[in-house]
Design a protein around this ligand. Structure first.
Ligand code: FES
Length: 87
């Protein structure tokens, strides 16, 4: 079986669990995708919605892969900084 590599080098895992959702995580996903596209990184870094990351008290949360950095209590204003930090 042959697989085709997407060439992606990173991911931003955006929690869309109930607490993060209440704090705007869906809007954050859109902002992150827009920032990645603007930076020309949309093919390298994917934005993936995930369930609870286990730190609901600091919602919304985004985990950067492969760096392992957890961004907490973020807003759409932080999207550009987060998007650029992945690569
Ligand atoms: S709901 Fe987002 S970390 Fe738990």
């Amino acid at each position: 079986m042959r697989t085709k590599s997407l060439g992606q080098t990173g991911a931003l895992l955006v929690c869309t669990g109930s607490d993060c959702k209440k704090c705007g995580s869906k809007e954050l996903c859109g902002a992150l995708r827009a920032c990645l596209k603007e930076a020309g990184l949309q093919r390298d870094v994917r934005v993936q919605k995930v369930r609870c990351l286990g730190c609901c008290g600091k919602a919304p949360n985004v985990l950067s892969i492969p760096t392992g950095v957890l961004y907490s209590d973020v807003s759409t204003k932080d999207a550009e900084k987060i998007a650029r930090s992945v690569k």
